[in-house]
Design a protein around this ligand. Structure first.
Ligand code: GDP
Length: 295
């Protein structure tokens, strides 16, 4: 588990002769290593600062455990704090008391939003739930076709009204359709832009207001690193999210974005995308990602 950081901490400790237990002075050196590891994992700078302050508090108050190497003891503090900040355990999707459960998907273009919509539908289907996917991205005909293709592939119906209809109206009628079909869950795919833009936010807010989703999930590309914090802040302030899906975790990214998303919004990462295939979705487990971030 996170061997690279462990090694660095060992080195930091060795340099301090006679320091065989956690003390104020060696904590500072160790914190520097943790800070470096987190920045390398693409955690946002402000998020790193807050995190380090918490770890420092914990470490200063820690009882020295005899027989335990101080480096290991310190790593345990860091790891526990990471898991704590990321939410301790997996948070499942919201479930409506009365079907259908409505899930609104939000995010920038290219993050994997449409793919994640189909991945979620397949995931739910494997749990014996029926789904309907709704295509509201009227700005890109390719987006509607993509959802239709994915729907065929996983055998999940798609509701669409072409590119001339109003997205808010499509979403509204999509919910009606879901009720008519009697499905358990309706997943609404929305338009994304390359950058945050006010028209997109206003439309998303209107869709949310109209359909009153049980879950509003922000799709975040793990490769965006530091930017994930700003993105999450803006979406959370303007739309109000209840969770996130971190995509492209199969890439080189160490997943530091997860820490940023959680700390900035207070909302859990619910799933991670681990590949282009529609099966490549896994529930998010904070302890697993903590190991990856610290590596
Ligand atoms: P959207 O514009 O946000 O709807 O993004 P898409 O769903 O069209 O995905 C954009 C690209 O990212 C596509 O080429 C997807 O195959 C790819 N993609 C989506 N999720 C993942 C993932 O978890 N891992 C990898 N490697 N690629 C992904």
């Amino acid at each position: 588990m996170f061997d690279a950081l462990a090694e660095r901490l060992e080195d930091a400790w060795k340099k301090l002769r006679g320091q065989d237990k956690i003390s104020k002075s060696n904590i500072q050196d160790a914190l520097k290593e943790v800070r470096r590891a987190l920045l390398e994992a693409d955690v946002n700078l402000q998020v790193v600062k807050n995190f380090i302050a918490e770890v420092e508090k914990e470490a200063n108050g820690a009882e020295v455990i005899s027989g335990v190497n101080p480096g290991q003891q310190f790593i345990k503090i860091v790891y526990d704090e990471l898991v704590k900040v990321m939410g301790e355990s997996n948070v499942p999707l919201a479930q409506a008391d009365k079907a259908p459960t409505i899930i609104l998907m939000a995010g920038l273009q290219g993050t994997g939003k449409t793919t994640a919509t189909a991945k979620l539908a397949l995931y739910l289907q494997k749990q014996q739930q029926t789904c309907l996917m709704v295509a509201t991205d009227v700005y890109r005909p390719a987006a509607i076709n993509q959802l239709l293709t994915l729907g065929k592939q996983i055998n999940v119906p798609v509701f669409e009204m072409g590119t001339d209809a109003n997205p808010v109206e499509i979403a509204r009628q999509g919910i009606e359709k879901a009720k008519e079909l009697g499905v358990d869950t309706v997943l609404i795919d929305t338009a994304g832009r390359l950058q945050i833009d006010q028209d997109m936010m206003a439309e998303l807010a209107q869709i949310k207001e109209t359909v009153q989703p049980h879950d509003t999930l922000l799709v975040v590309d793990a490769m965006t690193g530091q930017e994930a914090a700003n993105l999450t802040r803006t979406f959370h302030e303007q739309i109000g999210i209840t969770g996130a899906i971190l995509t492209k975790l199969d890439g080189d990214s160490r997943g530091g974005a997860a820490l940023s998303v959680r700390q900035v919004s207070g909302q859990p990462i619910k799933f991670v995308g681990v590949g282009e295939k529609v099966e490549a979705l896994e529930p998010f487990y904070p302890d697993r990602l903590a190991s990856r971030i610290l590596n």
